[in-house]
Design a binder for this molecule. Sequence first.
Ligand SMILES: O=C(O)[C@@H](CO)OP(=O)(O)O
Length: 237
Amino acid sequence: MPKLALVRHGQSEWNLQNRFTGWWDADLTEKGEAEAKKSGELLKACDADFRAAFTSVQTRAIRTLWLALTEMGRVWLPVTKHWRLNERHYGGLTGLDKAETAAKHGDDQVHIWRRSYDIPPPPLEAGSEFDLASDPRYKGIDIPNTESLKLTLERVLPYWEEAITPVLKSGTDVVIAAHGNSLRALVKHLFDVADESITGIEIPTGNPLYIELDDNLKPISVRYLDADRGKPLPELP
Ligand SMILES: O=C(O)[C@@H](CO)OP(=O)(O)O
């Protein structure tokens, strides 16, 4: 039965500065690097035999995976990167300070933008300093100008189905290093979490969510590798 580990990237420069990040390519802080290594230690000690790794095209997730694989002695694993595992796009909020935005628009509105299932933040204006249209990694991709969690799930899912599930179905243990919301979207799908409950799922940094799947990729067990630092778990479907 295949095992799947979901690793959230460590603290980024913009997490530290409390800015809405989304697709902006903020790198890890020193603390984030330490969290990534901690994930690697936990993955090394667990009973899986990871043979494939997936991540986004964002530096903070790629480097988290690399640091974890280094700690695991598994930098030789095949790593596949794809934009569909990116963080949800934060639209016109990208780059703004979260506390200042709450002071301006109110906590309730900001909570809706951050955690509602299907209400996206206002769109990013074309030509904004945070517009990624000229970034070569997104050449040929229809870059979103904002995303709700629902829209994030809709673009994560085809990649999950086409690229990741065949690997798991072959009996291979897989590690995915990605982002708070792209992983939340994946958890919603895997555990069939209701729209209104998914906001309660928050994978901590430095503490992989470890899932055992049956041959149809239905979760049969789930835990945080460091249970003492765990958060609420999704219920088994
Ligand atoms: O800024 C972001 O892109 C995300 C993750 O750091 O923040 P939030 O907690 O609002 O989903």
